[in-house]
Design a protein around this ligand. Structure first.
Ligand code: DGY
Length: 321
């Protein structure tokens, strides 16, 4: 492996790769698919920087394999739960992420999941493909109408949560939220009502998760939380899968307490919970929240620029503290 190289653990979009070729030589780029662990460790040896994806576990073992020259790990994601931040800090290795550039794309997808579940879009699509005949009926396919003033509860009103709030407000929803910005001026303009976590789960018609995965938030949507939710409510997760106990969610759906769920992320990603897979009331997506073309370019470019800054002796643009 080239010593002092920059390792890109999976090939990025064409725009991001051409910036990487221009700004970060010598470059070692692994394949499109996630590298197996041995290959990752081998190719990290001697690296001064690693551009990593959320599919790679970045930890002490990898830092040992890389050796003492490693200066930055630039994650191509807002979330950094795949990185052992404490180990990086201990070794003086900088970590950066890509906040800000994926808010709108992720919020678009959260809204899409809210509408897909409440208006039963995917279920209806499956029905019409399999039905031999059908006819319009006044009581058929009725679902929760967000635009009729349903209450949307946003867990974690950060950048992405606020982008969801803007959309939900435009749709005519009443919005309640947790998070430091829920009592700020932008939230006030969107008529967001700040609430505690318990009240949010107890009163929202739709709960949508936008908090990071940390040791405090892991498993926060457990059986007790799900039991506290309103009869016939919905859960949307475009954050991180392990925020939710999926078996408890399957129970809540099977018992008819929850009317539906929309999941872009999965507890044991890339594995998908079999019980949820069988449920008609669940919309399942393969972690595509940021998969807008412009957003994926912007994420890759920001990660490349973070590395370029550090190699030039400056701070990354978007460091993780
Ligand atoms: C992120 O940035 O954390 C997203 O989950 C990637 O799409």
């Amino acid at each position: 492996m080239t010593p002092s190289h920059v390792l890109v653990t999976r090939s990025l979009t064409a725009a991001a790769m051409s910036a990487a070729q221009r700004l970060l030589a010598p470059l070692v780029v692994l394949d499109d698919a996630p590298p197996d662990r041995a290959e990752l460790l081998r190719s990290a040896r001697g690296a001064v920087a690693i551009v990593s994806l959320l599919t790679e576990q970045i930890d002490d073992e990898l830092f040992d394999a890389a050796g003492g020259q490693l200066r930055i790990v630039a994650n191509v994601a807002a979330g950094v739960d795949n990185i052992d931040l404490e180990a990086a800090a201990r070794r003086g290795i900088l970590v950066s992420n890509t906040p800000g550039v994926l808010d709108e794309a992720t919020a678009d997808l959260a809204l899409a999941l809210i509408l897909a579940t409440t208006r039963r879009i995917v279920e209806a699509d499956r029905f019409i493909r399999s039905a031999e005949q059908w006819i319009w009926g006044p009581k058929d396919w009725v679902g929760l109408q967000v635009s009729a003033g349903a209450t949307v509860g946003i867990v974690g009103l950060g950048r992405i949560g606020m982008a969801v709030a803007r959309r939900a407000h435009a749709f005519g929803a009443r919005i309640i939220a947790t998070g430091s910005r829920s009592s700020g001026p932008e939230a006030a303009a969107l008529e967001v009502v700040p609430v505690g976590l318990d009240e949010l789960f107890e009163t929202a018609d739709v709960v949508t998760l936008h908090c990071p995965l940390t040791s405090e938030t892991r498993g926060m949507v457990d059986a007790a939380r799900l039991k506290s939710m309103r009869q016939g409510s919905y859960l949307i997760n475009t954050g991180r899968g392990p925020l939710v106990d999926e078996d408890a969610l399957a129970d809540a759906l099977e018992e008819g307490r929850l009317a539906g769920a929309g999941l872009d992320v999965h507890e044991n990603e890339p594995l998908v919970n079999e019980r949820l897979r069988r449920s008609d009331r669940v919309v399942l997506l393969p972690h595509i929240g940021s998969a807008g073309a412009a957003t994926r370019d912007a994420m890759g470019l920001l990660a490349v620029r973070n590395v370029a800054e550090v190699l030039a002796g400056r701070r990354p643009i978007t460091p993780v503290d």
